[in-house]
Design a protein around this ligand. Sequence first.
Ligand SMILES: Cc1cc2nc3c(=O)[nH]c(=O)nc-3n(C[C@H](O)[C@H](O)[C@H](O)COP(=O)(O)OP(=O)(O)OC[C@H]3O[C@@H](n4cnc5c(N)ncnc54)[C@H](O)[C@@H]3O)c2cc1C
Length: 399
Amino acid sequence: MSNNTTNVLILGAGYGGSVVANTLARELRKEIARDELEITILDKSGTFINQAGFTFIPFDLFTPEELIMPRKKLISPRVNAFYGEDGEVTNVDLKKREVTVKSNKKYNYDYLVIALGCQAAPEKTPGLLDDYNTFFTTLEDTYKLKEKLMNFDKGRVVISVANYPIPCSGAPVKFSFMYDSYLRHVKNKRKDIEIAVAWPIEGIGPPEFNKFVSGELEKKEIELHRNFITTKVDANKKEITSERGETLKYDLLISVPPQKTNPVLIKSGIADSKGWVPADTTSLQYKGPNGIDKNVFVIGDSGDASILKTGIATHYQAVTVSQTLFNMIKGYNIIKPYYGKAGCPMITELETAFTDGRGYIPTWKYNQPNEAYKTTRLGWYIYRMYYHLHWEMSVKGMF
Ligand SMILES: Cc1cc2nc3c(=O)[nH]c(=O)nc-3n(C[C@H](O)[C@H](O)[C@H](O)COP(=O)(O)OP(=O)(O)OC[C@H]3O[C@@H](n4cnc5c(N)ncnc54)[C@H](O)[C@@H]3O)c2cc1C
């Protein structure tokens, strides 16, 4: 590396970080070959796990092998990649432009992309860890939940989304629809099992998304409790309590725990009072107490509380930031705006002996809410295929 080499450092080789690394490595391959540019990506693990697939695991729609991929197969060889102790970030110093990892190695940068995702914080809800069943954390937790769910034959299941924001607002209702379909058409147990969803804010996604899923919940006789911020779980009484003091009884509790940005970012003093990493909602540049840092970008689940967190949103943010970085490295100094493009795939019916699968992938932008939509049989097939295509198309930044 010469003194004239521009250094792009990407923290996190999950969805967002991988797209930025692969897009830049392709678009700027000449600059890399001429030693004018170096791209480095850091991650604590050498394995990519597609967490969006967890929702499907209890219904046997994916195997773990389909959701796991070594990062060596995903990140361009033009990128310097460090995993494990040399990749696990322990401190980010924006003043010194220096990132420290577990092995104590330090990395400097000209441009920094923060894509460290977010983390479950079940400890924020008293009692939650006493009765903690979730598909929102790890494959192991999801398999434990699957076992409980498959052995549950009678009673009341409550799916509680403790607080907001969460990654993928649509995932909890999608899970309830798939469970409903599974009980009706596979297990023939729906009449013995009540399903309720406790949702922490008023709307579920943008207006048309909310309208559609609300109608489906009603049709499927799934109870919906809006504005129910779960503040307490009582495992003995089998009851959750909301901020407003309402209670809901359950026999089996499924929780989407409160979320927070990556703890390393909180420890490094980069998060704001809401607990997320503030960024300009259009340029995606870090917006700290001293204003915008032009050389630091924040994408995906780590990012600003006001920007919707989904894999689809992360993808478009990564594409946008890659274009801005391309412009800056080439000296054009043009910021590509992020217009809030996001989406949240929906499924309302499983494909069973008695039903066609039904799905759809609604998308929207900041000032352009999604249009009215219906789930379709074709949508089901596209969504089912997508997690196979996602490795080659999305993660490698091909679109
Ligand atoms: C159950 C579930 C279902 C979902 N369903 C959908 C869906 O259907 N559609 C959709 O669009 N989105 C969905 N999402 C959301 C989607 O998965 C996320 O929005 C997306 O993965 C965010 O990408 P990211 O790059 O910000 O974070 P991640 O993909 O989480 O990547 C963060 C990376 O940072 C790494 N990391 C963490 N800490 C450190 C550290 N200290 N040092 C180094 N590396 C570190 C991690 O190993 C990881 O690779 C779902 C999420 C969940 C949990």
